[in-house]
Write a protein that binds this ligand. Sequence first.
Ligand SMILES: Nc1ncnc2c1ncn2[C@@H]1O[C@H](COP(=O)(O)OP(=O)(O)OP(=O)(O)O)[C@@H](O)[C@H]1O
Ligand SMILES: [Mg+2]
Length: 325
Amino acid sequence: MLEQFEGLIKKRIVLITGKGGVGRSSVTAAIAMAAARAGKRVLVAEIGDGRDNEQRIHDYSPLARLFGLDHLPENKAEIMPGVWGSMLLPLKGHELFLASVFRVGALAKAALHSEALRRLFQAAPSLREVGIFYCLLTYLRQKHTDGTPSNELIIVDMPATGHTLALTGLPKILLSMVSRGPIADALREGQSYLNDPDQASAYVVTLPETLPVSETIELLEGLKNTNMPVGGVILNHVAQDPFTTEERLRLEKVFASHRAQGTPLLGEESFHYFEEARRESERLAREISVPLLRLPDAPPGCESLVSFLADSLLSSAAVRAGAPQ
Ligand SMILES: Nc1ncnc2c1ncn2[C@@H]1O[C@H](COP(=O)(O)OP(=O)(O)OP(=O)(O)O)[C@@H](O)[C@H]1O
Ligand SMILES: [Mg+2]
């Protein structure tokens, strides 16, 4: 098992974040599969919109697709041996929260059906986050029959960078406005999980390219400002660099001397891609102070990306490609 992955599966809650298209969902599914193979009871979650039931049904989830489903279940259900899945729905969270306040589920449902209250919950963006937060807290609290946590490891495929900071920064902001009462108590309880580095970690997925690396460095700063512990950065799509430093120097000379009227030579583009990947991978390693996990680019024709990435997490050989030689 990758040393850095051992640290990850000891947590109770892991948030997978990063910019669009870097592989957050694939990495989330791979972590879930690998953690389940390592014996954990895993819950995979993603934030659903869920303004109403209709919308949920039409939601298309690329994460769920990786488990052969159209969307993750609304209430947690096993989606692969050892892996349960659930959407985190704001509305559901409000219902759970009100049920805990009123202590009677029927009253909570009735309250939510009040058009005025429902509109209020939907209008204030932070109340949407409160709903998601409360869903998460409910799953963190759930106990197995033997008293151990029902969801030993919760992995959340976070939507986009801004949403991640909205969720991780929520307790601090709201607690500065509401310091007493049931919402404050729930926020404090959630904070006790989320801000504890032994229990929670955010992992930033990125690519070995200039912009994603720069954005990752910025996001790490943002997470720090919200007191969210960072477990590491996952450098995805690390391609096997076919050149040694010596070959690279020789090739560079060939490209420089044979360029026909500025037209790139055949192969020059991929040469530069590997060059950028190596440079950016080095820059990332230099600039961050958290562990760096490297995940390989799947080979062409790979049948299951998730299984391939899970194998990489569980194998002891670190991915060296793109790493400093
Ligand atoms: N290591 C990898 N090797 C090869 N292909 C990969 C790898 N990781 C992800 N991909 C591919 O990259 C694409 C984007 O991946 P994915 O959907 O996981 O990204 P995402 O960050 O969740 O995107 P979005 O911002 O749309 O949610 C998919 O087609 C996926 O199959
Ligand atoms: Mg995704």
